[in-house]
Write a protein that binds this ligand. Structure first.
Ligand SMILES: *[C@@H]1O[C@H](CO)[C@@H](O)[C@H](O)[C@H]1NC(C)=O
Ligand SMILES: *[C@@H]1O[C@H](CO)[C@@H](O)[C@H](O)[C@H]1NC(C)=O
Length: 407
């Protein structure tokens, strides 16, 4: 009996010492019934004497309800500067892509990323996608918030719907629907023995290693932002320039058409801006603060102010004009805002597409219309300069009134 107990104890101790160094020293599993994804991360670090820096050994497994989309984890407290590992299946090929977060944009693979050796990568019948990897000198890339405490913040994000079309490391990934943060104590991840292979995930293990788990989950209201984009693109890239062309055209009802186009563009613009605001306010408070710092949003506010001024100037000028009075300064401002606003809208539209992580085709289409706008604006400015120049050389004393200047 005692011999049996001793044997059992000895085997147990042997098992513990054997399994101990092989298993992940820190681990985090995310499972939340309100999110159709599940992922686990087992991590060890190792002081590599050859490179005198720290290596990261990791097994990252993830599962989605459907096979489309992607899941990523990143070392860092935000997308900016994070070292990101994204997992996805494209054309039935499982992929692990190492990417560099540069802000609230789609992270891309980078030449400056640390060297990563993937030792295993597979997806099984229940769509469990698991990658084991060795990331060399990860500490040269990721700086710990606080070296003493070894606290490493992580971000995670997922999209469960948009298919990934290209079975490559730099495949286009649609913007995340869900995201959150957690943290791991990297001091406890440090192992003493040289690692043989990345750690295994222990599914029976509790989340005791993660020092914080604030799984903020937000389903981004994407369709609202899409309509915000379409409507504003029509208003700013088609209707506004069309109004400018009308007033220059010399058509019979040039002025009426001009007003019609500018009023409808302004009204559509307001609807577009309202949709953007609804989209932002549907996000959580922390995201609202983030949106406020987005250049696209800030520049958008500037453009709205410009458009309001522009409409007021147009109205003011017209009133004075019908009274037979001239307003050269506001005329000039109105003319220049008429050029600046559509171009500003083009720039902001491209920033918006970038923010929404839009498809390349959209970018190309949008960019082409933007270039046409630049061309048209340039041509109009040139023609008006020429006309003015001629008027001056002809020593035409009469100051050009607002509406006839365009003719
Ligand atoms: C230590 O780092 C070097 C260079 O990055 C690498 O070639 C070597 O395999 C690493 N050692 C171990 C045990 O992983
Ligand atoms: C896939 O792998 C996961 C994790 O190891 C496991 O829980 C699941 O049962 C596997 N599914 C199949 C069909 O093998």
């Amino acid at each position: 009996m005692t011999a049996f107990v001793r044997l059992a104890l000895a085997s147990f101790l042997l098992a513990v010492t054997y399994i101990g160094p092989v298993q992940g020293l820190v681990q985090y599993c995310h499972s939340d019934p309100s999110v159709p994804i599940h992922f686990c991360l087992a991590i060890e670090t190792w002081q590599n004497t050859t490179s005198s820096s720290t290596d990261l050994l990791m097994t990252f497994g993830s599962q989605k309800v459907f096979q489309d989309g992607w899941i990523a984890v990143g070392l860092g407290s935000s997308m900016f500067g994070a070292l990101i590992f994204a997992e996805y299946v494209a054309k039935e090929v499982p992929i692990l892509s190492v990417r560099h977060g540069k802000g609230h944009f789609q992270p891309q693979p980078s030449d400056h990323s640390p060297e990563v050796k993937i030792s295993s990568l597979s997806v099984n019948g229940s769509y469990w996608l698991e990658a084991s990897l060795h990331c060399y000198s990860y500490d040269r890339w990721v700086t710990l918030d606080d070296k003493e405490s070894g606290w490493q913040p992580f971000i995670w994000a997922a999209n469960t719907q948009a298919p990934v079309y290209s079975a490559s490391m730099d495949a286009q990934l649609a913007v995340h629907e869900y995201y959150g943060q957690f943290g791991l104590d990297m001091n406890r991840a440090l192992r003493q023995l040289e690692p043989l292979s990345p750690p295994l995930i222990d599914f029976s293990r509790e989340n005791r290693d993660s020092t914080r788990d604030s799984g903020r989950i937000v389903a981004a209201p994407r369709s609202i932002f899409r309509w915000h984009g379409y409507i504003l693109a029509i208003a700013s890239m088609l209707l506004f320039p069309a109004g400018v062309i009308c007033i220059r055209s010399g058509f019979e009802h040039a002025f009426q058409l001009h007003v019609l186009f500018q009023v409808s563009a302004s009204a559509l613009g307001m609807i577009g801006v309202a949709l953007g605001a609804i989209g932002i306010s549907a996000s959580r408070w922390l995201d609202i603060k983030k949106y406020v710092h987005e250049p696209h949003v800030q520049f958008g506010v500037v453009l709205i102010v410009f458009i309001a001024i522009q409409n007021l100037l147009g109205w003011f000028h017209h009133k004075r004009f019908t009274q037979g009075r001239e307003t050269p300064l506001s005329t000039q401002i109105h003319l220049w805002l008429g050029r600046v606003i559509p171009l500003g809208c083009c720039v902001n539209g491209i920033m918006g597409l970038e923010l929404a992580n839009s498809y390349k085709l959209n970018m190309i289409l949008f960019g082409t219309i933007a270039l046409i706008n630049v061309g048209v604006t340039g041509a109009i400015a040139y023609i008006s300069y020429k006309e003015k120049h001629m008027a001056i050389t002809q020593k035409d004393e009469a100051t050009v009134p607002f509406l006839s200047e365009e003719e």
